[in-house]
Design a protein around this ligand. Sequence first.
Ligand code: NAD
Length: 499
Amino acid sequence: MNFSVLPIRDRFGVGPGRLFINGQWRDGGEGRFDQIHPSTNEVVTNLIEAGVSGVNEAVAAARHAFDNGPWRKMAARERKRILQPIVEAIYAAEEEIAYLQTLDNGMPIHFSRHSRVSSRVAADNFDHYAGWIDKITGETFPQYTDATNLHYLTFRDPVGVVAAITPWNGPVMTFAMKVAPALACGNTVVLKPSELASLAAIRLADILAQSDLPPGVFNLVTGGPITGQALSTHPDVDKVSFTGSPVVGEKILSTSGSNMKRMSLELGGKSAALVFPDTRDVRVAARNLMGLCSTFLSGQVCSTPTRAVVHKSILDEFVHHAQEQVREIRFGDPFDPATTSAPIISKRQLDRVCSYIESGKQEGARLVFGGDRPGGHLANGNWVNPALFVDVDNTMKIAREEIFGPVLSVIGFETEDEAVAIANDSEYGLSGGIYTTDLSRAFRVAHAMRTGSIGINGYSVMPNSPTGGIKRSGIGREGGWTTIEAFTELKTVMLNLDA
Ligand code: NAD
């Protein structure tokens, strides 16, 4: 039976989008565009393209609030008093935000409620960073010369106006990971969510709108690349905190440097998970890795290991269990709690995924299962059956480029050195996995793999631990103290008590 996502839109009263600038919800900008649901291709709502003029107004508000407002100078206890009720308000709206995230991007409602990108985890992020406010300390340094009355110390000042630009796949989590620490450190913010998924961000912005934040401290503009470019290149922006594709990240790096903006770039990956013959259970490793490509967002997650580098002695067993896992997935109405997997975010991205599957076949990899499209009641949406390739060579396109879809490439190896060399032979370095019961191997390989993070027998992001990438996967880290460093400037102060 065909399904529609529009009753959920109506249940939560989602109307046309507006901009939030200088403490007011308002119209404006330079046009409007539709947000389309990937599971049915229905138009969910209509949003404002803020464009250059909308961005100018939002940045002016943030600039004024930073330079002249009370926020950056506020006592720690007062800033905490304002952020803490936001934590409670997000918890209170947890269910609604979960539904809006699914209305944004087709994430199955079960994951939108319970996974590491849920609204609950977004609230946890606000809680974590509100807790930092009275702990952002500097250092004092030991006396270096004979001048006993000369003292050196450091302060941590806010960076200034932050442009926060987020992707479609974790709109709630990325909102929290940027806005919470930026505000905790005393910055002002202009956030632009993805044009493909803005509704949950608008709801979160409304929670901030109803808080005691002074006007202009938090602003939201909607829109696509034009708005993103206007924001990331704006001369009154001091820092860009971007999560998205390497192509856009590189564009931002090359076009936004004119006033020495600070940059945090969280980009894509082509991560490898190494499965050694001494893994506790090949079945668990196969189900984990295939599951990351086939359930939840169907492989549309930056850190997903899309290269399974598997010892040749267990390769057939691995493929068998991966195929068993895929038999259990369920496509369908994303608001049905039994649905396990998401559609591809857009028709354009669907074409890209399908073209990668074709290229894998043409380059000589063997497609063991999947890669076709389900029909029937799913025909209107952007669904692809999860695919697994074997006989993959690491030089093939499917092993080198980020597909961002449900495609797992299995690459065989014989020695540990060979496995590490395959993993490192990539222009990306976001995350990686190691499946083994040999602790010394686990640490040896974790040291040898060139990535920003590694999961030994599994991996999950927490608000208090850093994530981020090396090579084409980005610059900087987010999480815990690393984010505080990224949203502050270090100021060195010399105190001469003899003068
Ligand atoms: P995207 O790069 O297409 O878009 C990301 C954001 O950038 C959107 O808000 C978009 O409107 C904006 N944008 C587009 N062009 C711009 C420009 N010229 N200047 C400024 N902003 C611009 O990425 P996406 O499709 O939304 O997300 C998927 C990508 O994000 C994947 O590559 C994925 O790996 C990556 N990602 C990385 C992480 C991480 O933590 N490393 C997390 C989630 C997603």
